[in-house]
Ligand binder design. Structure first.
Ligand code: F6P
Length: 329
């Protein structure tokens, strides 16, 4: 990289669904950038802030007292305008106006799809940081927010177990994940659920019913975790289908919803966010672009956006299915 290309001013933003630990990542990016003498701008509401020129400078003290907070101080959005060619042209004009010469995007796969298009059309230098509770991305073992969300879901299922076992009830608990069963699987195993339904694997009502028949008589309560995107429908729909066949079950449904997205990030998420922020700025300074910072086998690694987007996530549901079946007997 020649002197002309040296990065002096970076922009940082959070995009897509917020995730606990995004603030810790923003803090790490801002402080690392200042450590290396760079100027930093915070872009508000994801790509919308670039399209609409909604930007403010971020100094090291602007990110004080945020490492422990859920949500994102920069706010987030799934920008419709940025999905258009005109929107991306406007975004580039904003970057030029402020003299921003590189971007760090914190988000999920939708965020990196946008980044990819922006880089191809405008040659913008971008590095990504994982930020989604769904843990459904290639190039990393886990994503910022997943550990916190699964801990929240697990704690809530523990509470449901207390009441379920006091009344001999069958509970259907819906957790987040439109196309990802990672939260369902982890929280199911960690909270000792009897059955888990995920979008990645077709488990019909028949399979669920035979599992229920096996366990129902010997247990004082049964908990079925349903990922919101399961092909049989959400928890209400699955409960209805079971009840249709087995009217004698006393069933209850609980949809955990957005409580899973909030709350103070866990140590694991704060660590991942802090390490990712440092690695992202250092990657840009080393001349990298078009890559996402992930954590694989405990180490920070860079993977190209195209590989992240085309790659299947490394989650091994077959192994998790197997241990769930053994442990829920
Ligand atoms: O991608 C994160 C996530 O929480 C998914 O698990 C869920 O399907 C979706 O976002 C919900 O989106 P929204 O907050 O827009 O309702």
């Amino acid at each position: 990289m020649g002197t002309m290309d040296r990065i002096k001013h970076i922009g940082v933003f959070t995009s897509g669904g917020d995730a606990p630990g995004m603030n810790a990542a923003i803090r790490a990016v801002v402080r690392t950038a200042h450590f290396y003498g760079l100027q930093v701008s915070g872009i508000l509401e994801g790509y919308n802030g670039l399209v609409q020129n909604n930007i403010r400078p971020l100094g090291t003290r602007d990110v004080s007292n945020i490492i422990q907070r859920g949500g994102t101080i920069l706010r987030s959005a799934r920008s419709k305008e940025f999905m258009t060619v005109e929107g991306r042209c406007a975004a580039k004009r904003t970057m030029d106006l402020h003299g921003i010469d590189a971007l760090i995007a914190i988000g999920g796969d939708g965020t990196f799809r946008g980044a990819q298009a922006f880089m191809v059309e405008h040659g913008v230098r971008m590095v990504g940081i994982t930020g989604t509770i769904d843990n459904d991305m290639g190039g990393t073992d886990t994503t910022i927010g997943f550990d916190t969300a699964t801990n929240t879901a697990m704690e809530l299922v523990d509470r449901i177990r207390d009441t379920a076992s006091s009344h001999d009830r069958l509970f259907f608990v819906e957790v987040m994940g439109r196309s990802s069963g990672a939260i369902a699987m982890y929280c199911g195993i960690a909270a000792g659920a009897e059955f888990v339904m995920v979008p990645e694997r077709k488990q019909g009502i028949e399979e669920l019913i035979s599992a229920l028949e096996r366990t129902e008589k010997s247990k004082s309560s049964v908990i079925v975790i349903v990922a919101e995107g399961d092909e049989e429908g959400g928890a209400y729909e699955v409960a209805r289908k079971v009840k249709e066949r087995y009217a004698h079950y006393e069933t209850r449904v609980s949809v955990l919803g957005h409580v899973q997205r909030g709350g103070n990030p866990t140590v694991a998420d704060r660590m991942l966010a802090s390490r990712s922020g440092v690695a992202a700025v250092e990657a840009l300074l080393a001349g990298q672009a078009g890559v996402m910072v992930g954590q694989v086998n405990g180490r920070m690694v860079l993977t190209s956006f195209s590989e992240v987007l085309s790659g299947t996530s490394p989650r091994n549901h077959a192994e998790l299915d197997r241990i769930l079946a053994i442990l829920s007997t």
